[in-house]
Design a protein around this ligand. Structure first.
Ligand SMILES: C[S@@+](CC[C@H](N)C(=O)[O-])C[C@H]1O[C@@H](n2cnc3c(N)ncnc32)[C@H](O)[C@@H]1O
Length: 393
């Protein structure tokens, strides 16, 4: 991709996001009514059930089918990014022990997309270093795996030693420790699913070290220390979009690859928490949401009143005996449906926002003299965070 192509695409997305802010810069949970002025759009949203909302939200094809007529520029600004075309990397089954099916797919596709024989590779925020392991095994790479959790380093090192791989784990905090020493002599930096600040630092440190190749599959753009997004490229710096941490979260929101049972449990959890909050704010006379800790999923296949008792105890309250919570559940269901309908529109902008963020990184790398490539590593059903950004000096 030439820098001019990247710039053009970025500007197109930037204009779209700027002009259509009313549709995505809002908090669906805090609305009491549909906030959009377009009557036909509202009519369409009101016709959707909760199940339809979920189905449309997870399907780019359905999103396009229902909403292209309302947001033609949005769908036009989403050109089809090429998918990586794997030839098939043959790996022995024992290399994937303890790794889930979808995770293994991501790892082996990433390895095949970037792998070259004999390189010195730095694996950024490695976890147990599964990607590094595959690169050592399949391409005879010498891999240094950085990870700040000692236990993951020990487990990864143990496994690498057992397989006699040239993989060295270093316990290292990439946000605070010096990165020059670990980057010295490195040919290729790889970062699979490194969150916000972690992959940003990977890119800036890789550039500073004149690393020949950088390959990043970013995720969780909102996991950053700053409250506000700090653009990396000169073009993004000129944008009027000033993104808060909460807004960055939109880029990764509401997409899941979970199965039907997990989805149902999650739905019950959201509904019950909402119903409990309605009761709680009635008790306290304040509409303010009170934080509830996360809790075991088993609560959400039991009875609502058991959960409500537990929740009330967290706030030093007592759920009244004989209160079945039905009225709160009914109200919560209505509010949740409203929220989902608004999110349906808001979520149309998550891919444009994600692309805006990734293009900011791509433009930064291009400005630093790299040849940049952007592709989809896999289908979104394997992971919705599937944008592989590669840069070659
Ligand atoms: C989402 S996981 C990805 C792990 C691995 N790359 C993969 O895809 O399986 C992110 C990893 O980054 C590590 N991490 C988080 N903050 C870090 C830091 N400041 N320095 C180094 N590693 C960090 C976490 O412990 C975790 O293992």
């Amino acid at each position: 991709m030439s820098i001019d192509d990247l710039k053009l695409w970025f500007l197109q997305l930037n204009q779209l996001l700027e002009q259509q802010q009313v549709y995505w810069r809002l908090q669906p949970m805090q609305q009491n009514d549909l906030p959009f002025s377009d009557h036909s759009l509202n009519q369409l949203l009101l016709s959707f059930s909760l199940e339809q909302c979920d189905a449309i939200d997870q399907s780019p094809a359905l999103q396009q089918q229902y909403f292209a007529v309302f947001f033609p520029e949005l769908f036009a600004a989403l050109p089809k990014l090429p998918y990586f075309a794997p030839q098939g990397l043959t790996l022995p089954f024992w290399l994937s022990t303890d790794i889930g099916g979808r995770k293994w797919q991501q790892i082996s596709l990433f390895a095949e997309a970037v792998g070259k024989p004999g390189l010195k590779v730095l694996e950024w925020c490695a976890g147990k270093g599964h990607l590094g392991k595959v690169l050592c095994f399949a391409y005879q790479n010498k891999v240094t795996s950085l990870e700040w959790q000692a236990e993951l380093c020990q487990q990864g090192q143990h496994s690498a030693d057992k397989l006699k791989l040239q993989q060295l784990f270093i316990e290292h905090n990439v946000l605070t420790a010096q990165t020059q020493p670990v980057l010295a002599g490195i040919d290729q930096l790889v970062a699979l699913h490194a969150c916000g600040d972690l992959h940003r630092v990977a890119l800036t440190a890789g550039v500073a070290a004149h690393c020949a190749e950088l390959h990043v599959l970013p995720c969780c753009y909102h996991l950053q220390q700053d409250e506000w997004y700090q653009p990396l490229s000169t073009l993004a710096l000129t944008s009027s979009l000033r993104l808060s941490r909460a807004e960055l979260k939109l880029a990764v929101q509401g997409q899941n690859t979970a199965g039907e049972r997990v989805r149902r449990l999650r739905h019950t959890e959201v509904l019950w928490r909402r119903a409990y909050q309605l009761w709680q704010s009635e008790q306290s006379g304040s509409p303010l949401y009170r934080n509830l800790p996360s809790t075991g999923k088993h609560w959400f296949s039991g009875a609502f009143t058991d959960f409500a008792q537990w929740a009330a105890a967290q706030h030093q309250l007592e759920w009244p005996l004989g209160q079945d919570g039905e009225c709160y559940l009914v109200q919560a269901e209505r509010l949740l449906l409203l929220q989902r309908r608004i999110e349906l529109v808001q979520h149309l902008f998550r891919r444009p926002l994600e692309l805006w963020l990734v293009l900011d990184r791509a433009l930064y790398l291009a400005e630093q003299g790299y040849q940049v490539q952007l592709q989809q590593l896999c289908q979104a059903s394997v992971t919705p965070r599937n944008l592989l950004l590669s840069a070659y000096r």
